[in-house]
Structure formats: structure tokens, C-alpha cells
Design a protein around this ligand. Structure first.
Ligand SMILES: Nc1ncnc2c1ncn2[C@@H]1O[C@H](COP(=O)(O)OP(=O)(O)O)[C@@H](O)[C@H]1O
Ligand SMILES: Cc1ncc(COP(=O)(O)OP(=O)(O)O)c(N)n1
Length: 269
């Protein structure tokens, strides 16, 4: 069985972070492993508090997995601090996994900062150049390029600027713009739009985590980058369509594998 490792924060509410990643890995048919960078006390309404994990323990978690178990793809989410960005980047340079999917998580839906302001530069310099693909949403991309994105044309130009930061490929997610949630993939040569239709629901907690983990799972299984994104876009659409009205805020995506299988998606090599 192929494997994927998530390096991310824990969401006690189970909708985003490590918990969403592991569910997405399982639903997409890979064996999931985790390195926890921070623990958030979080539900569908708020992030109440955050405790960063010591960097020695983050490093131990990475080493103990790589020293023993094959890792076919890595997904990176919440990194919290500059020291964590550096610890993770240094370790990945040592182990050189074939695929690194970087979701540059910055702020939760409720407005809580999951990446400190002073870590943004380290993320740009140390982590983005290691990535096979980065998957920023619109506000994250705006921070990374230092400019506004309000239209499809802006998305095209933002992708070019984001790629100049050193990632091999950029998937700029359009969920935060008005209208259809269309995502744009750019590999330095060509652009591909992955178009979607907006599903009318407030239950979109963890959409970014779900999508990036599904991409990592598909890469782990040997799909091309284009196919990995295409399959993952299909997966997130179904997971939002069937999202769960749990809690009083933004409910989580639904990783019910049977639903995915019955939808007729052939995701096996
Ligand atoms: N209401 C929606 N209906 C359908 N797809 C959506 C909706 N909201 C977001 N998406 C899709 O979910 C994925 C995550 O997008 P986005 O919300 O932009 O990122 P994030 O969760 O990181 O803020 C993207 O593929 C986006 O197009
Ligand atoms: C621990 C943790 N990691 C990441 C996020 C952000 O997840 P995302 O998929 O972008 O979903 P929203 O927070 O925007 O709903 C998180 N909240 N917690």
C-alpha cells in the first residue's frame, strides 16, 4: 500500500488539520501517518488556543517515520512558527521525499492566525522552494505576493508570481472569490483551470486541508500531478456536497468513502 505523511496541526474538532488529512488519506486509498506541529483547541466556531509542539519532538516524529517506513508523499499544513518552518524544511532536505504538497495555512476561517507573521518570510525562503506543489487560497496568495487578487486575470498573474518563489507547481484555489470556485494550476509552462460550481453551504471547514491531502494521496499512488489535482477537485466537491451540519459554526467536509466510490470515480492505478 502507498503511504502519505501529513506534517500539520491538530484540530480537536476533527474538521481540519491532521484529522482532516488522515481522513482524506484513508478515503483516497493510502496509508496515513502524521507529524503534529501544534495542538489547536478548535471547533466549528473558533480556535480557542494553540500550543506549539517543541521542535525536538517535531524532528523526532519526522525522523522516526522516515527511518523506518517508506513515505510516498508528504503534505504540509499548519507550521505556526519560524523555528517550526526551519525544522521541517531541514528535515525534508535530508530525506528528499518525492512529492511535497504544501498548503501554506495562515489564518483559520474564524480569523485566528495559525502561522505567525514573522514566519511568513521563512515559509517563502525555506519551505516553498522544496514544494512539488503549493495550494494557497486567495488571501494566502495575496500575502505571499503582496498584492490583491480579485479576478481570473489576477489569478493568472498571481500564479506566475507565486511560482517565482520556487515551487515547481502552483494551484491557486478560487473558493474565496465571488462566483464559481475555480482553481488554477500553473506548472511554469501552461495553465489549467479546474472549474467548479459553488455549493450553497456554510459547512466548509477543512476544505483546503481535504483538497491538499487528496492531492498528496493521488501523487503517492503514482498519478500525474494534473490527474492528482483533477481527482482531488472531484473529491473535495463531493466532500462539500455531503458536508456535515455538525456544531454551530462551519461544519466539516464529509470523507465518507462509499460516497466517493459510488459516485463512480475511478481512482485506482
Ligand atoms: N462553496 C463551495 N462549493 C464548491 N467548492 C468550493 C466551495 N468553497 C470552496 N470550494 C473549493 O474547495 C477547495 C478549497 O478552497 P478554498 O475555500 O479556496 O480554500 P481554503 O479552505 O484553504 O480557504 C477549492 O477547490 C475550492 O474551489
Ligand atoms: C490545525 C488547523 N490546520 C489548518 C486549518 C485551516 O484549514 P482549512 O482547510 O483552510 O479550513 P478553514 O480553517 O479555513 O475552515 C485549521 N483550521 N486548523
Amino acid at each position: 500500500m502507498k503511504t502519505a505523511l501529513t506534517i500539520a496541526g491538530s484540530d480537536s474538532g476533527g474538521g481540519a488539520g491532521i484529522q482532516a488529512d488522515l481522513k482524506s488519506f484513508a478515503a483516497n486509498g493510502v496509508y496515513g501517518m502524521s507529524v503534529i506541529t501544534a495542538v489547536t483547541a478548535q471547533n466549528t466556531q473558533e480556535v480557542r488556543s494553540v500550543q506549539d509542539i517543541d521542535n525536538e519532538i517535531i524532528l523526532d516524529q519526522i525522523e522516526v517515520v522516515f527511518d523506518d517506513i517508506p513515505v510516498d508523499a508528504v503534505k504540509i499544513g499548519m507550521l505556526s512558527s519560524p523555528a517550526t518552518v526551519e525544522t521541517v524544511a531541514d528535515a525534508l532536505k535530508k530525506y528528499e521525499p518525492k512529492h511535497i504538497v504544501l498548503d501554506p495555512v495562515m489564518v483559520s476561517k474564524g480569523g485566528h492566525h495559525l502561522l505567525r507573521q514573522e514566519a511568513i518570510q521563512s515559509l517563502k525562503e525555506k519551505m516553498i522552494p522544496l514544494a512539488t506543489i503549493i495550494t494557497p487560497n486567495i488571501p494566502e496568495a495575496e500575502v505571499l505576493i503582496g498584492g490583491e487578487i480579485v479576478s481570473s486575470e489576477d489569478m493568472l498573474s498571481a500564479c506566475r508570481q507565486l511560482r517565482e518563489l520556487g515551487a515547481k507547481t502552483v494551484l491557486l484555489k478560487g473558493g474565496h472569490l465571488e462566483g464559481a470556485p475555480n482553481d488554477l494550476l500553473y506548472d511554469g509552462e501552461s495553465f489549467h483551470w479546474f472549474s467548479g460550481e459553488r455549493i450553497q453551504t456554510k459547512n466548509t471547514h477543512g476544505t483546503g486541508c481535504t483538497l491538499s491531502s487528496a492531492i498528496a494521496a493521488n501523487l503517492a499512488k503514482g498519478h500525474t500531478l494534473y490527474d492528482s489535482v483533477k481527482l482531488a477537485k472531484h473529491y473535495i466537491t463531493i466532500a462539500i456536497e455531503h458536508s456535515l451540519a455538525l456544531g454551530h459554526g462551519h461544519g466539516p467536509t464529509n470523507h465518507f468513502y462509499e460516497l466517493y466510490r459510488k459516485a463512480g470515480v475511478k481512482n485506482e492505478l
